[in-house]
Every structure is written in C-alpha cells, then in structure tokens.
Design a protein around this ligand. Structure first.
Ligand SMILES: Cc1ncc(COP(=O)(O)O)c(C=O)c1O
Length: 467
C-alpha cells in the first residue's frame, strides 16, 4: 500500500501538547510522552504523521464500523451539503433525512417504539433519556419518581447528568458528580465479582437481589429508571452472566422502573445481532444509539422511545408552552443523511451477516490468548472482546494501577502497528465490521507480539515472577 507523505511541516505533536486540552486522557502521563497524531485512514488502516501504518483494532472509539474513507458515505455527505446543508427540527420544522432516519430506527428498534429524538453524542442522548423520564413522570403526576439507577463500571458519557450515570471513579472525582438522583448498583463482573465456585446463574440471582434491595432502601416510588449497556464497554468489556437481564428485568417490572438500554457501543450489529438487547435477552422500554449509527462519519445520536412515554408529554408541553429540550444540531440533515446511508450499507453489504461469520474466528483467537502468561481472563462476543492482564494467573492478583501495565501494552502494540485500547489493565479490541479474515489474523499476531514485549518488560522490571 502506498505510504502517504506527512501532510504538514508543522510538528503537530509538539503543537498538540501546547494547545490541546485532551478529553478522557491522563494529562500528567500525556505530558511525559507524546500524542499519536493520525493524518489519514483507509479501510481498517490509519497512518500517523510520520507515515507509520496501523491496523485500527478499536474502530476509533468503538465506532468506525465501516472503516475509513468510504466513498459512498463521502458522496452522501457532499450531496446533502449541496442540497440542504442545514435545517433544524425546532418549532415544527423538519427535513427529509431526519424523517426517514427516524422512521428507519423505529422500524429497527427491538421493542414497540414510535419516535426518535436526535442528539449529537451518546452523552447528550443519555441526558435526554433522563429528562424524558422526568418529564414523563411529572406529566403523570408522579413527582417523586425521579431516581435513576445505573451500575458501577457502567459508562454512559460525561455530560453533567450522564457522568452521574457513569459508574467509574475517574469520571466523578474533582467534578462533583454524580448529582443526587443518580445511584449505582453492582457491576456484572463475573471474573472478579463472583464468589469462588459461584455459577453465572447464581451470580446473576445475587446481583438482581442486590438491585432489589437498593430499590427497597430508596423507596420504589422514588425510583424512575434503570440504565444499562447490554455489555459494558468502557468498564472493561464485561459481558452479563447468563440469565442476568431476565432476572434484573423481573425486579424492574415489580417496582414499575423503566429500563433504558444504552446501545451506544452494541447497536447495529457489534454483538452479532442488530441490538445487544437481542443478544442478552433484554426487554428495554427506551434505547440510546450513537457511534455505529453513522459509522462515526458525522456526530449523531438517537433516543428511541415508545408511544406510551411520548403520549403524556403532548398535553404537558401544551400547558408549559414548550417541550423545552433540544439542540441546534438535533438531527442535523447531513449527519442524518450519512446515518441513513450507513444503515443502508449494513444491509446492502451484508455486514450483519459478515460480523456473525467472522466472529467465531475473532473469538477463538481471543480465547487462545488465555494461555499467555500475562492474561488472566479473555472475554468477548461478536466483534468485541478483551483480555485482562494480571500479575498472577493463579490468584488473579492485579498489577498496581500506578505501574500502568495496560498502557505499556497498548504502547508496545502500537510499535507493532496495532491500535488497541487499554482500560486499566484490560486490553480491548473492537475492530471495524469490514475487517477481513486475514486482518483478524494480523490483529492477533501483532497483539501477541505486543503482549510478549509487555511480558519481557514486566520481567525486566521484576513486576512478575522470573521465568
Ligand atoms: C455505552 C456508552 N454510552 C454513552 C457513551 C458516550 O458517548 P459520547 O462519547 O458520544 O458522548 C459511550 C461512549 O463510549 C458509551 O460507550
């Protein structure tokens, strides 16, 4: 493949360190190193400003499902910009790409949905979810039913409300979140959370009982909704134990608590089904989608809701004078047109089938890493997975977080031309849907080399037992 010439004479890395306030980054660590500046992408590959090629095994941030530089999506954006570059949805205005995308999503939803509210990110969509639930309960006169339960280790974004749903300490500390109405119950983390010898089913029963206790403690008439990702991505690629969602759902039904399904990572085929809800037997009332919705070619998110939730809001907004929620770019026509085409491409290029076909190879290669001396656990489904690095396989003892072993592994993989993501010491993989069988082999060959280098480094530093 032709090497691109570096596109700029400016030292982008140095300028970045002077000018950028990076999102979701350890700023202290960044200033001891350098950013990875990408300048070009094609298919599953990206190139940095020095001309080095990488295979992008994280699809950016779990999102570039169609890979990079797709001509059809580029043309779609160009055509829509020429036709109607902006139009909005406030005060009864509308436009064709938005209407057609809403209709498509309602027809795809894994429950009896009727309407779609558009946003620009997963975070703002989850804020919308919360506001819809509150608006709905206020409209019904249930003014106390406001608390939202999320899960420790869950990730739902970083806006002021969504950060409160997120159950990871580094998204709370120094930010004064969560705000009071957000509560957290236990994460489904079988590798570390289950008692010795506890079956997945028993573990799931225990988690559901723990949720029920929380609802009872808080008072069921104060709990409005429960939000969950079908599988936790940013929390460390945690799959629910068998039987988890039906047991959780029984508790939610008992106390009239809505289930918000956060499909920002899992939506549109990642787990092998169109929705993670189908893979894990979830029966949500509402759903959040983003990322793969447009293959991340343009920012767009969607909240898909049922009519029962919308209907009481009509009269309520009439009394207030406005349904006072929305963004300038809600349903931006260019993003909506690209999203609509993305969903069309998934079907036309048979990508849902492709993910299902290639997933066994991907998962088998991932499982084979379990034999590696540094790997304590491997887990995954469809085209997403992770391996968890440990100091001792026998005891599952973790490395001291300050050693940043995962970050080291990520860096060493990068040296081999592989982009993965370190979530603490969990190495996550989430390649574009278009990945081929040969590219899956390439990903795991490079990952193995990266892990071997990490082991050699850990041995030199005496972080693990000497061979
Ligand atoms: C499950 C989930 N929900 C919400 C978000 C937040 O999305 P965004 O970064 O677009 O705000 C993410 C981002 O990774 C996510 O994984």
């Amino acid at each position: 493949m032709a090497q691109p010439t570096p596109s700029s004479k400016v030292d982008l890395g140095a300028l970045d360190l002077k000018r950028m306030l990076h999102p979701n980054t350890n700023l202290a660590a960044l200033h001891r190193g350098a950013p990875l500046v990408l300048v070009r992408g094609k298919g599953v590959h990206v190139w940095d400003d020095g001309g080095k090629q990488y295979i992008e095994a994280m699809a950016g941030l779990w999102c570039t499902t169609l890979g990079y530089g797709d001509d059809e999506l580029a043309r779609t954006a160009y055509d829509q910009i020429k036709k109607l570059s902006f139009s909005h949805l406030f005060t009864g205005k509308s436009h064709e790409p938005g209407i057609l995308l809403a209709d498509k999503l309602v027809r795809m939803a894994p429950f009896a949905a009727s309407r779609v509210f558009f946003g620009n990110s997963g975070s703002d969509a989850n804020d919308t979810q919360i506001k819809l639930v509150w608006y709905y309960n206020n409209a019904l006169g249930r003014t106390k039913k406001k608390k939202i339960i999320a899960r420790l280790r869950g990730y739902h974004g970083t806006t002021l409300a969504a950060a409160g749903l997120t159950g990871l300490p580094s998204f709370h500390k120094l930010f004064d979140v969560p705000l009071p109405p957000f509560l957290h119950t236990e994460a489904p983390y079988y590798y570390r959370g289950a008692h010795p010898g506890e079956s997945e089913d028993d573990y799931a029963t225990r988690l559901a009982a723990s949720l029920e206790q929380l609802i009872q403690r808080e008072g069921p008439d104060t709990v409005a909704a429960f939000i969950a990702e079908p599988l936790m991505g940013v929390g460390g690629v945690l799959l629910p134990p068998r039987g988890y969602f039906p047991k959780i759902q029984a508790v939610l039904d008992k106390y009239d608590v809505l289930l918000i399904d956060d499909e920002v990572i899992t939506g549109f085929g990642r787990t092998g089904e169109i929705w993670g809800a189908q893979t894990f037997d979830m029966r949500p009332h509402t759903l959040t989608a983003a990322k793969a919705l447009s293959s991340a070619y343009l920012p767009i998110s969607a909240v898909i809701v049922p009519e029962f939730l919308y209907e009481p809001m009509i009269a309520a907004s009439g009394e207030v004078g406005l349904f006072g929620h929305g963004f300038t770019y809600s349903g931006h026509p260019v993003a909506a047109a690209v999203a609509l085409r993305t969903l069309g491409i998934y079907e036309e290029r048979k990508l849902y089938e492709h993910v299902r076909q290639i997933a066994p190879q991907f998962q088998a290669a991932l499982s084979s890493l379990a034999a590696h001396p540094l790997v304590g656990d491997t887990r995954g489904i469809g085209l997403v997975g992770a391996c968890e690095l440990v100091r001792s396989k026998a005891t599952k003892a973790a490395f001291d977080a300050k050693l940043a072993v995962g970050a080291k592994a990520m860096q060493l993989c990068q040296e081999h031309g592989l982009i993965v993501r370190a979530i603490g010491d969990v190495i996550a993989l989430c390649p574009p849907f278009i990945v081929t069988s040969a590219e899956v082999d390439e990903i795991f060959a490079k990952l193995r080399r990266g892990l071997d280098d990490t082991l050699a480094w850990a041995q030199r530093e005496r972080l693990v037992e000497q061979p």
